[in-house]
Design a binder for this molecule. Structure first.
Ligand SMILES: C[S@@+](CC[C@H](N)C(=O)[O-])C[C@H]1O[C@@H](n2cnc3c(N)ncnc32)[C@H](O)[C@@H]1O
Length: 241
């Protein structure tokens, strides 16, 4: 992981003021180069600093932004593996720097990495079949206009893909502050047929921990600070056996 302190443009105003594009278009032809064409060839050992490089992931966070959730979860669960995926270059650099600093200063987050990728196109290069125990999508971009619906990270097609990567009995967790988007995601996941909604009484420890940390992301903080309606719509699903 590179972070941003080592980058030639680290001293630019973009980093100093965190002024960068809040959105990237996942449907554009932007090319994100990954170092392998198949998950079994991906050099994960160059990114994790755990003794045993994981080939399966305890938690994958789609659209992880600045990586707060991944960093906090990995500190609380040091024997588990975390993978954050984000499309925006500068958000990835900031997320990676956060992990690098925690590794250096606290000897934490060795079990977490953040990679730049377009989750709509590049998950097959990273994730083997049934390799994920918990998949999280927190505060995804709502893409309000109907014309932009195809850019959402939850859609009927992508939910089928997520089902392929999740292990049987694995959990899929979504949250948003946008009620319409919550209904849309709920419908997509329900219609897929591979998932069953989980009652609170049946949450696993990992799910409980993730739900607790959901409120600590950058977008959760923005929502609580700025929006009048403070509701967050959280849903937990389990992949059927
Ligand atoms: C509103 S932010 C939420 C970030 C973070 N989950 C949080 O709660 O603070 C949504 C994030 O998803 C990322 N994103 C959107 N489409 C993506 C895609 N196709 N692949 C990877 N990341 C994507 C955006 O760049 C953005 O950082």
């Amino acid at each position: 992981m590179e972070g941003f302190k080592q980058r030639p443009d680290a001293k630019s105003k973009a980093y100093q003021r965190f002024r960068h594009r809040p959105h990237a278009n996942p449907l554009s032809d932007m090319e994100i180069i990954l170092p392998a064409q198949r998950p079994d060839q991906f050099p994960f050992e160059k990114f994790y600093s755990m003794q045993n490089t994981p080939t399966k992931f305890d938690c994958v966070d789609i659209g992880c932004g600045y990586g707060d959730f991944v960093a906090n979860m990995s500190k609380l669960n040091q024997d588990l593996s975390f993978l954050g995926l984000e499309i925006r270059d500068k958000a990835v650099a900031i997320a990676q720097q956060q992990l690098i600093d925690k590794r250096t200063n606290e000897n934490k987050c060795n079990n977490a990495i953040v990679l730049r990728c377009n989750c709509m196109r590049q998950l097959p290069l990273l994730l083997p079949k049934q390799s994920v125990k918990l998949l999280t999508i927190m505060f995804p971009d709502p893409q309000f206009k109907n014309s932009k619906e195809r850019r959402r990270v939850v859609s009927t097609m992508l939910v089928s893909e997520y089902a392929y990567y999740l292990e049987e009995g694995g959990h899929f967790l979504t949250c948003t502050d946008v009620e319409d988007l919550a209904s849309f995601m709920h419908e997509c996941i329900k219609l897929n047929g591979n998932f069953e909604e989980v009652e609170e009484a049946n949450y696993t420890d990992l799910v409980k921990c993730a739900l607790g940390q959901m409120d600590g992301t950058a977008d959760a903080a923005r929502h609580q600070r700025k929006d009048e309606d403070k509701r967050v719509f959280k849903h937990v699903w389990v992949k059927k056996m």
